[in-house]
Design a protein around this ligand. Structure first.
Ligand SMILES: [Zn+2]
Length: 177
């Protein structure tokens, strides 16, 4: 009921599908919209809207690598499923994600830069850059995990995307309102 009222009051906007529940699992249909609470901490004030795209690829698709890397790339682009999602985050959680995404970009650039430098030098300096490459790689992976939206697709069963990654406290707030 509230959904149809929403659509009537915003005739110009795309209509989103609200989150649904089956058992303990939360599922969404493309395009999806989550309720107005922070998906990071469950806060209901000072929220920022975020438009994002979640991607799901069946892990079995990775077996195409046995054929060739090119086959994997093609299979990946054919079989991947994207879902557009709109959710909200409180300003504090949002700013943390922005900082982490900047840090991770800098670290990945450092990773690439140190690979390039590695090939300019031999001997001790070369070994030094080898260590730096490894360090950048580890920190970049860590930063990438930190900037992760905190929600991802566990499995896909047309037309539903089943979600994972939400904190229990946030998930139960979404379910119970
Ligand atoms: Zn928050």
């Amino acid at each position: 009921m509230s959904e149809s009222i929403d659509q009537l009051s915003n005739p110009g906007q795309a209509s989103y599908n609200l989150i649904e529940q089956s058992g303990n699992q939360l599922k969404i249909k493309d395009p999806a919209k989550l309720p107005s609470i922070c998906i990071g901490c469950g806060s209901e004030s000072d929220l920022v809207k975020v438009q994002d795209k979640l991607r799901y690829v069946n892990p079995i698709v990775m077996l195409w690598i046995l054929l060739s890397p090119l086959a994997l790339i093609i299979a990946y682009s054919v079989f991947r499923q994207d879902v557009n999602i709109e959710f909200e985050r409180c300003r504090s959680c949002h700013n943390k994600k922005i900082i982490w995404s900047k840090i991770s970009m800098i670290l990945w650039l450092g990773f690439i830069g140190s690979i390039i430098l590695r090939f300019q030098f031999d001997g001790v300096v070369g070994v030094f850059f080898g260590v730096i490459i490894f360090a950048f790689f580890l920190f970049a992976l860590f930063a990438s995990a930190m900037k992760d939206p905190g929600i991802s697709v566990k499995t896909y069963s047309e037309p539903y995307f089943y979600l994972k990654g939400l904190k229990n406290s946030v998930a139960s707030k979404i379910i119970n309102g």
